[in-house]
Design a protein around this ligand. Structure first.
Ligand SMILES: [Zn+2]
Ligand SMILES: [Zn+2]
Length: 533
């Protein structure tokens, strides 16, 4: 099954090895070149473990430069690639080694669609296909978080040490084997058994065959250079993913583990045609990964990006409608106590920005009064201690609750999942597991400017400094850059912005025409304000 078996690199003369030192074959002269030995330093897009290209080496190309043409990829290939890349380059995004199928995998694919699929157009239900593919291959190619920490939306690779090329090669061998069993009318062997048999028959290096083990999963911050790379990898997937070659060289030595002989089950280069998989029906809505997405309308194209101009600020404003208490379960979020790696800056962010035990919001005062009057008769009754108000960076668990609050208090269709790509510029406030406020900046609106897109505090949690601290925190994160925002002309929060030094730059008539509900009672005209740095 090993398309690299017995091949040597045309550049460095050393062996090519599945999962350890992979490379590409020139379609014209059939020479091989390690990925790390490519002239351009990496494959286009720079995805870790990506060898799915039709390649022409520099010697064979008319312009003396390497040519890469993206192969047609199946969804299985794409998801294996993305999980493998995230696992190596953005380990801090993961929860216990697992990635959220939608907030991590789908968003990544969305951002890098052209690099992965070149000219293939997005189908309407593409996100459902991701969920379906993950579920379909659960327990032999992918592993659901449900077994480990009861999180069906989180996924990882069953064999984290196997490269995408190895997994896909083994899968195509498995399909051929399956046909043999089918012809024998032997249905006793399951796909996952067969997959594991194929792997064991072909790969003798036990180390590579380790299945995912949550115990051994630890986040190891990578070296500075690697962090820089993360940033490039997530953000600039133009076709020009050039990386420094010297750095690639440096890693070379670590990859010299012996990779024992592989029997040849198949002579084909073992790349699955994407049509094999496109044929599969992934529409079954009851799959694990789908649990979360079936209840909502997915409108990837409409809600994909945060539109910096759909800002509506209800902070410290009491006119918002309070309803939907039955959404309680949706409105609660949680907090992860680990450091999280920002895919934007490559920095590890603290689990807490601030823990405030002093503030006493109206809601908690009300609760305390109720408790006192209920227990007032009891001697020696004292109120249980209050928890802290926790200021944190946005995490995947918060997104459903935040979207739900936006839907309730702003307008429908807002998806703030995008903010997970730049958590440095966020602030989410929790009381225990209840989200009481949040604020987001959009970085890099221009070279000199960030934009305050959303800020919100729950009614009854206002007027105790929550919004003030969030604004203060966000201003701190964008040192050296102007911060801009829109605010409805009669929203009293303008005074707070002015205290921070924001100045009204101009008036935008009808700014909120499309968004603001009639019942909110705020002006649809906005001030555009700027804090100069
Ligand atoms: Zn080489
Ligand atoms: Zn060639």
């Amino acid at each position: 099954m090993d398309p690299l078996n017995g091949k040597f690199c045309n550049n460095c003369g050393e062996k090519l090895e599945l999962s350890l030192a992979e490379g590409l074959e020139c379609t014209l002269c059939h020479c091989y070149v390690h990925v790390k030995c490519l002239k351009r330093g990496s494959v286009p897009g720079g995805l870790h473990g990506d060898t799915f290209f039709t390649f022409t080496c520099a010697d064979c190309s008319p312009e003396n430069s390497e040519i890469f043409v993206r192969n047609k990829l199946s969804w299985l290939q794409v998801i294996v690639l993305v999980l493998y890349h995230l696992q190596h380059k953005c380990p801090g995004l993961a929860r216990k080694g697992f990635f959220h199928w939608r907030h991590h995998v789908a968003i990544f694919i969305d951002k890098n669609w052209d690099m992965l699929f070149s000219n293939v157009k997005k189908k309407k239900k593409w996100m459902g296909t991701i969920a379906g593919t993950l579920s379909h291959f659960n327990k032999y190619i992918f592993l659901s978080g449900i077994s480990v920490f009861n999180e069906p939306a989180f996924w990882t690779l069953m064999y984290p040490k196997l490269s995408p090329l190895t997994v896909i090669s083994a899968y195509s061998v498995m399909l051929a084997e399956k046909q043999i069993y089918k012809n024998k009318k032997d249905a006793s062997v399951t796909d996952s058994d067969l997959f594991s048999i194929v792997l064991r028959n072909n790969i003798e290096n036990e180390d590579l065959l380790q299945t995912f083990n949550v115990e051994s999963f630890t986040i190891v911050p990578e070296a500075k250079n690697e962090e820089e790379e993360n940033r490039v990898d997530l953000y600039s997937y133009s076709s020009d993913g050039k990386q420094k070659r010297s750095q690639k060289r440096k890693n070379h030595k670590q990859l010299g583990l012996p990779f024992n002989k592989l029997s040849k089950l198949s002579n084909s280069s073992a790349l699955l045609s994407s049509d094999d998989l496109m044929e599969l029906n992934f529409d079954s809505p009851e799959t694990n990964a789908n649990q979360e997405c079936t209840s909502e309308e997915i409108k990837p194209d409409e809600t994909r990006f945060l539109n910096p101009f759909c800002h509506y600020n209800t902070s410290l404003n009491s006119t918002s409608r309070i309803s939907g208490l039955n959404l309680y379960s949706k409105l609660t979020g949680g907090i992860k106590q680990d450091f999280i790696l920002s895919p934007y800056s490559g920095m590890y962010l603290k689990p807490y920005i601030r823990r405030d035990v002093e503030s006493f919001p109206t809601w908690l005062k009300l609760m305390a009064e109720i408790k006192l009057s209920v227990n007032g008769g009891e001697k020696n009754y004292s109120l249980p201690p209050r928890s802290s108000l926790d200021y944190t960076y946005v995490q995947p668990e918060h997104i459903p609750a935040i979207n739900s609050l936006c839907n309730q208090f702003f307008w429908p269709g807002i998806d703030l999942g995008e903010t997970l790509l730049y958590p440095d510029f966020s602030c989410v406030v929790l009381y225990k597991r209840l989200i009481v406020g949040f604020a987001f900046l959009v970085p890099d609106v221009s070279h000199t400017e960030t934009y305050l897109s959303f800020i919100f505090t729950r009614p009854y949690w206002r007027k105790c400094g929550i919004a003030k601290f969030m604004i203060y925190h966000l201003i701190q994160t964008s040192m050296g850059k102007d911060v801009t925002l829109h605010v409805s002309m009669n929203n009293p929060v303008l005074l707070l912005y002015q205290k921070f030094g924001f100045k009204v730059e101009n008036v935008v008539l009808g700014f909120y025409d499309k968004y603001l509900r009639e019942d909110v009672g705020e002006s649809k005209n906005a001030f555009f304000c700027r804090l100069e740095r």
